[in-house]
Structures are given as structure tokens and as C-alpha cells.
Design a protein around this ligand. Structure first.
Ligand code: AMP
Ligand code: ZN
Length: 109
């Protein structure tokens, strides 16, 4: 989608701190980290919010890649938190589905 910030990051039109990429997902460091490790994982397919994601296969794939990135790429052995903000009321600011991976310290709830 041409006016989507995260689609531009996937395309390389906006620079990012890439940590992982494959055919289906792209992962990069959050520009305003809320924890020592704060990575965003996004599907390459433009889907505005979780509520718009109707494909269980895509959602399963996304969780599988998040699992791989958190454990095998970022090596967050002590644990981590996943966050998906949904729409304005949930704190979503960028309308391209993304999973936050937060870790690197003990996270208060
Ligand atoms: P959300 O509030 O769930 O929509 O999260 C959007 C996240 O994108 C925020 O944590 C921002 O800090 C992050 N963000 C915004 N612009 C960029 C960017 N250019 N590169 C990396 N992260 C970004
Ligand atoms: Zn997009």
C-alpha cells in the first residue's frame, strides 16, 4: 500500500534496523524502544489491523515467525512479551498489522 509507513519499510524506501526477513514477514527494531529489545514483526501483506486478518493460515504463519525470531534470532531465553495493539482504542498508531516483541529485562505487567 503506497501510503503505508510499514509497507515503505518493507520496500526499503524508509530505512530500518532490520533483524529478520523472509518471503512472508519483515522484522525490525522499534524506533522508540520500550524495552532493551523491542522488535516489530510485520507480514509483508498489507493488513491494517488484527481485526482485518481473516486468514488463520496467515495468522499461524505470523505467530510461527514471531516464535522463531524471539527464540532463535533475538535469543530472548529469559522470556519476552508479545503485544498487538488493535485500532485507536488499543493504542494502534500504524495501521499495518504488527506484533511487538519486548524483552531484555524483567517486564512489569
Ligand atoms: P502501534 O502503536 O502498536 O501502532 O506501534 C507502532 C510502533 O511503530 C511504535 O512503537 C513506534 O515507535 C514504531 N515506529 C513508528 N515509526 C517507526 C519507524 N520509522 N521505524 C521503526 N519503528 C517505528
Ligand atoms: Zn502496509
Amino acid at each position: 500500500m503506497s501510503d503505508c509507513l510499514f509497507c515503505k519499510i518493507i520496500a526499503g524506501d524508509i530505512p530500518s534496523g532490520k533483524v529478520y526477513e523472509d518471503d512472508d514477514v519483515f522484522a525490525f527494531n522499534d524506533i522508540h524502544p520500550k524495552a532493551p529489545t523491542h522488535v516489530l514483526v510485520i507480514p509483508k501483506l498489507h493488513i491494517p489491523t488484527l481485526a482485518d486478518a481473516k486468514d488463520p493460515t496467515l495468522l499461524g504463519m505470523l505467530m510461527d515467525r514471531v516464535n522463531h525470531i524471539a527464540n532463535d534470532v533475538l535469543k530472548l531465553e529469559a522470556g519476552y512479551r508479545l503485544v498487538i495493539n488493535v485500532r485507536e482504542g488499543g493504542g494502534q498508531e500504524v495501521f499495518h498489522l504488527h506484533v511487538h516483541i519486548l524483552g531484555g529485562k524483567k517486564l512489569p505487567f
